[in-house]
Ligand binder design. Structure first.
Ligand SMILES: *Cc1c(COP(=O)(O)O)cnc(C)c1O
Length: 229
């Protein structure tokens, strides 16, 4: 029965993404669903994977590593949480995309480990668009310098930008933050002289607004797995 619930939830979220894409003339295949499985176990991951979901997002290294081992093989894992410097090296090579690089020291830790493992680690920069204190993410004013530092790391590949906007009651409330992330991405891509294809933005409550503003990766937890305990 749990499997049926997973199917219904997954279908519902994919339909919402499809409807949002149709409403703004985007191709639904341009939007990747990252299923955020934090606080849900490997069997919940397996249920969703059985219905075709392949990309999963985790926020905590200690929770994620054993779950990845226990989950079906062949899935793609993304890291979407705040990456502490003392745990950062553990993420390298375990996640196909790390969404949350927000300082130069962290980039250098990832670079060092990726070089030691002789691999290229894909990363995004997390931006604190609203300049909220207490929140992870690089302020827009520091973004160029951070991007240049990451671009200079031979074993890191800079794919794009990620945002966690301030919380609003109205799902449209986050839309200016999503639009701002897209503008910052466009400016940075032209400064670096190459495309930055990824815009990681939108969650259960506001994925439509994010898709409308150009999200390529929406990170959905609650509406796929139910509430987190
Ligand atoms: C938990 C989390 C999500 C999922 O949020 P829901 O509202 O449950 O969809 C998305 N992004 C990040 C960074 C998260 O930590």
């Amino acid at each position: 029965m749990g499997g049926e619930t997973a199917k219904t939830r997954l279908t519902g979220v994919l339909e919402r993404i499809g409807a949002a894409c149709r409403a703004c003339g985007r191709d639904p295949s341009a939007v990747t669903l990252v299923a955020v499985s934090k606080f849900h176990d490997a069997s919940a991951v397996a249920e969703l994977a059985a219905w075709g979901q392949t990309i999963f997002g985790e926020s905590y290294i200690q929770e994620a590593l054993p779950k990845i081992e226990a989950a079906p093989a062949g899935l793609s894992w993304h890291f979407i949480g705040h990456l502490q410097r003392n745990k950062a090296k553990l993420a390298v090579g375990r996640f196909d995309l790390i969404h949350t690089v927000d300082n130069v020291e962290l980039a250098h830790i990832l670079q060092k480990r990726a070089a030691a493992q002789q691999l290229t680690q894909a990363v995004c920069l997390q931006v604190n668009v609203a300049g909220e204190a207490q929140k992870s993410g690089m302020a827009p004013g520091g973004l160029d310098a951070l991007a240049e530092a990451v671009a200079a790391c031979p074993n890191l590949r800079l794919d794009g930008l990620m945002v966690i906007p301030p919380v609003f009651d109205d799902p449209e409330g986050a839309r200016p933050a999503f639009a701002r992330l897209r503008e910052l991405r466009d400016a940075l891509a032209s400064r670096l002289g190459r495309p930055l294809p990824v815009l990681s933005m939108g969650m259960s409550g506001d994925l439509e607004a994010a898709v409308t503003e150009g999200a390529t990766h929406v990170r959905v937890g609650t509406d796929l797995f139910g509430p987190r305990i």
